[in-house]
Design a protein around this ligand. Structure first.
Ligand SMILES: [Zn+2]
Length: 500
């Protein structure tokens, strides 16, 4: 049996400090006494459960890991109730198959056991139960000289330490078809709202009925959500109903909105004017976010002519602005150049946004303003033409921090592309650059001439190599309508599937 720092008489044969010295010497040789002790307990679950009160705190993490791996539900339940540290990150341990959710249920049962008045453990200190499936440093610190307890005290914020209710942290991915474990967890949580404190940090919503939304936000305060992914096919009125919850998510760092393409404008009893009201109500919530850094919007056609409003409401500087496969208006684009929240932008993604009909001067003005911070720019599939590329070329030249420029599927001529590359001397940090095959590679039927494509790419590469050494550069044709692949020139020429 092992000695305990706090209970030196617990089957003790040597003093704690001598045991520690022995551990240093015997490491990496034979099974340590600690491992043997754990193995003994794991062989007899009932013995393990009854030994918990006297078990040294330092053995809890290893024993708990093994109990989860072996799905020893009685031991998991008892250990959770008697957990001697302020925090338990259990989500990462439940990766092993748990088809009938027995391990998960044992954890919840352990919380219940802890809540019962009959249960008293001198050492039970749990304040935060983390059910998120994230790597947690807690499980890798056992070789440190610092004790687990010391580390855990440091990890828990004072306000949590002061709070009496146990805090349960989860990440949620909710679809219209909740699986059994989710349903039972939500029901369990609903019944314990008064005695536990629930917190969801990342929430993914894939279509959700209004009824479930009310239940979920009744349990989980929207204020704690830092990342929200909204993939819905809601109607406008459902979006409007969601707006107040959205506005309460004041601590959002990252928002992903998609795909609203299915959003319908049909109201049976309401006049058309309310469409605008619904959108306004949703959009105005952007004024509530105190720390938003990353904004992703995909297929948000319903926000056409409203993006200027969205950007205007932002209070914090964005690191990422991603508006993809969406219809945007000149008014939206104009707002890019004067939006204060875009002045420290690192990532700009406008993939699939058709820009060929717009005046790109505001985009140029924005790129000029963020030339010292912009790291990645994606203008793939924007159908940009020569004249437009020339508009923002002077701004692009100044972007000295650029590491990625993706520009496939745009309509650029050989001479413009060559000129463009000649002026890219400032791009010393560039890692990935992708260009469209010049227009000269296509015949009058828009078919690619393979020979011409290869020759043009070699010529462009030679041009570029005279001014800098590209790291990862490629050229691609438009997508083949037969197989959906492109011809790509990347050191060698790769043809589409039709050629194989
Ligand atoms: Zn093909």
């Amino acid at each position: 049996m092992l000695p305990s720092k706090k209970n030196p008489t617990f089957g003790d044969t040597i003093p704690w400090h001598e045991y520690q010295e022995q551990q240093k010497i015997s490491v990496h040789t034979s099974p340590t006494p600690l491992k043997m002790e754990i193995q003994t307990l794991l062989r007899d679950e009932a013995l393990a459960v009854s030994s918990l009160e006297k078990l040294p705190s330092d053995l809890f993490p290893t024993l708990f890991k093994e109990a989860c791996a072996g799905r020893l539900t009685n031991l998991i339940k008892a250990m959770l109730a008697a957990w001697p540290f302020p925090c338990l990150a259990v989500g990462a341990l439940m990766e092993s198959p748990d088809p009938d959710c027995k391990t998960f249920q044992a954890v919840l049962d352990g919380v219940d056991l802890r809540l019962t008045r009959e249960f008293h453990s001198r050492r039970a200190k749990l304040q935060v139960l983390d059910l998120r499936n994230v790597c947690h440093p807690f499980w890798n610190i056992q070789d440190d000289s610092e004790t687990l307890e010391e580390k855990q005290v440091l990890k828990v914020l004072p306000r949590y330490a002061l709070r009496q209710r146990l805090k349960v942290i989860v990440d949620l991915c909710i679809t219209s078809f909740l699986h059994e474990a989710q349903v039972s967890f939500l029901m369990w949580a609903q019944q314990r709202m008064g005695s536990l404190y629930f917190c969801c940090t990342k929430m993914k919503i894939w279509t959700l009925s209004p009824h479930i939304i009310i239940v979920i936000f009744n349990v989980f305060d929207p204020e704690h959500i830092t990342e929200l992914e909204l993939n819905t096919e809601w109607t406008m009125s459902q979006l409007e109903n969601f707006a107040p919850y959205f506005g309460q998510m004041r601590n959002l760092h990252k928002v992903f909105l998609a795909p609203f393409r299915e959003i319908t404008f049909h109201f049976t009893h309401r006049p058309r004017i309310t469409e605008a009201e619904c959108i306004n109500k949703f959009v105005s919530q952007f004024s509530q976010f105190n720390c938003l850094q990353h904004l992703f919007m995909d297929c948000i056609h319903f926000l056409r002519d409203e993006i200027d409003q969205v950007l205007g409401f932002l209070k914090t500087p964005l690191e990422t602005l991603s508006i993809t496969y969406s219809l945007i208006s000149q008014r939206d684009l104009n707002s890019f150049s004067c939006c204060q929240s875009l002045l420290q932008l690192k990532h700009l993604d406008l993939r699939g946004v058709i820009l060929c009909t717009l005046d790109l001067m505001p985009l140029r003005a924005l790129i000029e303003k963020v030339a010292d911070t912009l790291e990645t720019l994606n203008l793939q599939g924007c159908k940009v033409k020569d004249v437009q590329l020339n508009v923002f070329l002077p701004a692009l030249r100044q972007c000295s921090q650029l590491t990625q420029f993706k520009f496939y599927n745009n309509d650029i001529s050989m001479s413009t592309l060559k000129d463009f590359l000649k002026h890219s001397t400032n791009w010393s940090r560039m890692n990935v650059e992708q260009y469209p095959a010049p227009m000269e590679c296509y015949d009058e039927l828009a078919e690619v001439s393979v020979e011409r494509f290869a020759q043009v790419c070699r010529e462009l590469m030679d041009t570029l190599r005279t001014i800098r050494q590209p790291k990862n550069i490629s050229f691609a044709t438009d997508i083949c309508l037969t197989c959906g692949e492109s011809y790509v020139y990347e050191q060698v020429l790769r043809l589409c599937h039709c050629w194989q």
